[in-house]
Design a protein around this ligand. Structure first.
Ligand code: DGY
Length: 308
C-alpha cells in the first residue's frame, strides 16, 4: 500500500479503485491546493494525481523524496516538468483519447458561435436591443464552403476536421511538427483558424502579432488548446484594429483572466472557462485513465498511458 496525494476531487468512481489499494490523501476543497499545502503534503507521497492547476516542477519533486509516479488528469502535460521527472526516474502519465470528442465539440461550438454571432444575439435579446426582425441586422458568415485551417493535426485536430467536413467546410492543416511555411499557408488561406497543438517552448506565442497579421481580416481565430500559444496582447490589438474579425477562446493565459484584463474588453471576442473536456462522461473517463496509470506504476508496471 502506497500513500497517494490526489490533488482534486474527481467525477466518477475511479478514485474508489485507487482507495481500495492505496492510502489516499485527497484534497477535497473546491479549488486547487495552495502551493505551500501541496509542497507540504507531497513530502510523504509515493504517487501524485495532479491536474492542470498543479505545477509539477523541480521544486515540487525536490520536496517529494518518495515520489514514484505522477498521473496528470489531462492530456496536456505543460504543467509537468517532464525532464525533471525523467531525471529522477519518475514516470508520468496523461489521459489521451477520452477527451478528443468533447474538446472537438467545444472547438466547433466556438466556431459556430463566432461565425453566427450567437453571444451578441443573446446579449441583444437580454438587454432589449432586439426590437424586431431585420433583413440586415446581426449578419454572420456561413461555414459551408469556408476554409478551416487546423494548426496541429493530432487527435483533436482531426476530430474538429471531421466535424467541419459535415458542415461543408474545406479543411487545410499544418503537420504535427512545427513548420513555418505550412503555418503561414494555413493562416493566409483560412476563414477560421483553430489551434490544436500542445503548449511547448516551441509553440508559446506561436500565434503572435506577425502570425495574426497573416490572417484574413474576415477570419476567426479559435483556441481550445492552451492560452499561452496565443500572444494575448497581440490578439487584443488585432481585434481592436479589425485585422481579424473575431476570436473564440476556451483557454487563456492566465486562467482565469483577471476581470480587468484588457483582452476581455476587446470587440468580437468569446471567452469560455476552459470547458473543452467538461462533460460528465469525459471527466469520469479521464479519472479512470489517471487511476489506471497510478495503479500500474505503483505496482511496478509500465503506465498504460505514459508521456515520460
Ligand atoms: C487537457 O486534458 O489537457 C484539457 O485541457 C483538460 O480540459
Amino acid at each position: 500500500m502506497a500513500r497517494v496525494l490526489v490533488a482534486r476531487r474527481l467525477p466518477g468512481d475511479a478514485v474508489d479503485r485507487l482507495a481500495a489499494k492505496h492510502e489516499l490523501d485527497l484534497w477535497s476543497e473546491p479549488g486547487p491546493p495552495p502551493r505551500d499545502v501541496l509542497l507540504n503534503r507531497i513530502a510523504n507521497a509515493e504517487g501524485l494525481l495532479s491536474t492542470l492547476t498543479e505545477r509539477v516542477d523541480a521544486e515540487l519533486l525536490d520536496a517529494a523524496p518518495h515520489l514514484r509516479a505522477v498521473a496528470n488528469y489531462a492530456v496536456g502535460v505543460d504543467n509537468v516538468d517532464l525532464d525533471a521527472c525523467r531525471a529522477r526516474g519518475i514516470p508520468v502519465g496523461n489521459t489521451p483519447d477520452v477527451l478528443t470528442n468533447a474538446t472537438a465539440d467545444v472547438a466547433f461550438a466556438l466556431i459556430l458561435a463566432a461565425a453566427r454571432r450567437l453571444p451578441e444575439g443573446m446579449a441583444a435579446v437580454r438587454n432589449g436591443e432586439w426590437t424586431t426582425w431585420s433583413p440586415d441586422w446581426m449578419l454572420g458568415v456561413e461555414l459551408d464552403g469556408a476554409t478551416l485551417g487546423i494548426v496541429g493535426m493530432g487527435r483533436i485536430g482531426r476530430a474538429v476536421a471531421r466535424r467541419a467536413e459535415g458542415f461543408g467546410m474545406r479543411v487545410i492543416h499544418t503537420g504535427r511538427r512545427d513548420n513555418d511555411a505550412a503555418l503561414d499557408q494555413v493562416l493566409e488561406r483560412s476563414d477560421v483558424v483553430s489551434i490544436h497543438v500542445p503548449l511547448t517552448a516551441g509553440t508559446r506565442h506561436l500565434i503572435d502579432a506577425q502570425a495574426l497579421a497573416k490572417m484574413k481580416p474576415t477570419a476567426i481565430l479559435v483556441n481550445t488548446a492552451r492560452g499561452p500559444i496565443v500572444d494575448q496582447a497581440a490578439l487584443a490589438a488585432a481585434l481592436y484594429a479589425g485585422t481579424i474579425a473575431a476570436a473564440a477562446l476556451d483557454v487563456t493565459d492566465p486562467e482565469p483572466l483577471p476581470p480587468d484584463d484588457p483582452l476581455l474588453q476587446a470587440p468580437n471576442l468569446i471567452v469560455l472557462p476552459h470547458l473543452g473536456s467538461a462533460t460528465q462522461q469525459t471527466r469520469a473517463r479521464m479519472a479512470d485513465l489517471a487511476v489506471d496509470n497510478l495503479l500500474a506504476a505503483l505496482d511496478g508496471r509500465p503506465m498504460p498511458h505514459p508521456v515520460a
